[in-house]
Write a protein that binds this ligand. Structure first.
Ligand code: HAM
Length: 405
């Protein structure tokens, strides 16, 4: 029979790595929870319009990467490629602007993008996402950056460079794009063929070009960060001052554009040296027009998302086996009852469930990293797996006393 496989670009999470992922979620819950971010959940699929309007029609995500399908009534639905648009849809739908602001939420779950799979890039991946909606206070931008850095540190992802910029407003950005396009047109002859072909669509991409001629032109090109309004520049100054006061290092990267259309003002990305081509550990920014775009009142917001798979790739393999407290060598009802009592007293306990010989059971206890093995025979013997000492127990209570239950 044909062997069945997980779909291309998806991954099975097998033990013991499932535990590592849980640990990362626990870290996120603790770090974000202390700062007032509460768990939220939104559906895995949404009306396609949520992403078309939210993420932006012109982005690669919406144009090429969405898993879109029709339901039985012919409505267009899409597996969410990211969390922010869905969370803002929920914010509007549930009138959350009436709550005390900002509304701070966080979330982890699966996301879907039809990208070419490679190390660190999958078609189903997992993000930790945090959002603060309803205030444009620069302390929220800085707070989210610091919380993300703390999550990385506690998860052991190793050093990551923080890239930071400000995109201003859609209006100042449009003016800048016009200026940049005119600048590039005037020096078209010096640009690579590829950049020239895409000039009309997205001239910002020219900043990422590898071609030396294009790079020489781009070194002299006008920068968006010098064209943002005085108000936005002041906001950015304050975000920087707060980050400076927290002692976190960052690099102003005026070519940082990010792949989503909703960003305004602050944008940031953490880039890891430990990852290959897919080096972005996570990122985010401010989206002061998104809630309104989705039908709500004008409402600022800021957030981040971090890919769990990339975090674990950067952290490297860590032994996730934690061993057990007690292995009960013995099967049948007595063993079943004893293992239940051990678990109820808070111990990690397992019993023989595959018909092994006594020798095989002791080997299994070793493999599981058991601290104690209880051998049920004519009498009850308790073996200390560290010292090898074996002692007789007269009753179940005595067993519990010996193994610390
Ligand atoms: P993003 O930069 O598109 O931002 O994704 C955030 C992170 O998700 C990336 O840095 C990466 O770690 C992970 N990621 C993205 N695509 C893949 C993939 N195909 N395979 C594996 N990991 C991936 C957002 O999604 C925004 N919603 C972030 C945000 C929240 N902005 C404001 N609030």
């Amino acid at each position: 029979m044909k062997k069945l496989q997980a779909p291309r670009g998806t991954q099975d999470v097998l033990p013991p790595y499932g535990r590592r992922r849980l640990e990362v979620l626990e870290i996120a819950d603790e770090v974000l929870g202390r700062a007032g971010y509460e768990p939220i959940e939104t559906p895995v699929f949404e009306d396609t319009e949520v992403f078309a309007r939210g993420v932006g029609e012109s982005t690669d995500i919406v144009q090429k990467e969405m898993f879109t399908f029709e339901d039985k009534a012919g409505r267009s639905l899409t597996l969410r490629p990211e969390a922010t648009a869905g969370i803002c849809r929920a914010y509007v739908e549930h009138g959350m602007h009436k709550l005390p602001q900002p509304v701070k939420v966080w979330y982890a779950g699966p996301f879907f993008r039809h990208e070419a799979p490679q190390a660190g890039r999958y078609r189903q991946f997992t993000q930790i996402d945090a959002e603060a909606i309803g205030s444009d206070d620069p302390s929220l931008d800085a707070e989210l950056i610091l919380l993300l850095a703390e999550i990385y540190e506690r998860a052991g992802t190793g050093p990551a460079h923080l890239h930071l910029s400000s995109l201003g407003t859609p209006e100042t950005r449009a003016g800048y794009i016009e200026e940049l396009t005119a600048f590039l047109r005037a020096r078209e002859g010096e640009l690579s063929e590829e950049v020239r072909a895409r000039l009309g669509q997205n001239p910002l991409r020219a900043f990422d070009a590898d071609d030396p001629g294009t790079q020489a032109v781009m070194a002299e090109a006008p920068r968006l960060i010098d064209r943002i309004s005085a108000e936005d520049a002041e906001h950015f100054e304050e975000v920087r001052a707060l980050l400076d006061s927290a002692g976190i290092a960052y690099e102003i990267d005026s070519t940082l554009v990010r792949g989503l259309d909703y960003y305004t003002r602050t944008v940031f990305e953490f880039v890891s040296e430990r990852l290959g081509a897919q080096a972005a550990l996570g990122g985010g920014g401010r989206y002061d027009g998104l809630v309104e775009e989705l039908g709500g009142p004008p409402t600022p917001g800021v957030g981040f998302a971090a890919g769990i798979e990339r975090m674990l790739l950067a952290a490297g393999q860590v032994d996730a086996d934690r061993g057990i407290d007690v292995f009960v060598a013995g099967s049948g009802r007595d063993a079943f009852v004893l293992v239940g009592q051990l678990r109820q007293s808070g111990l990690r306990a397992q019993m023989e469930q595959a018909g092994r010989s006594l020798k095989g059971q002791l080997k299994q206890a070793d493999r599981l990293g058991a601290r104690w093995t209880v051998i049920l025979g004519d009498a009850i013997e308790v073996k200390d797996m560290d010292t090898g000492n074996q002692q007789r127990a007269g009753s179940v209570d005595e067993v519990l006393g010996m193994v610390g239950g």
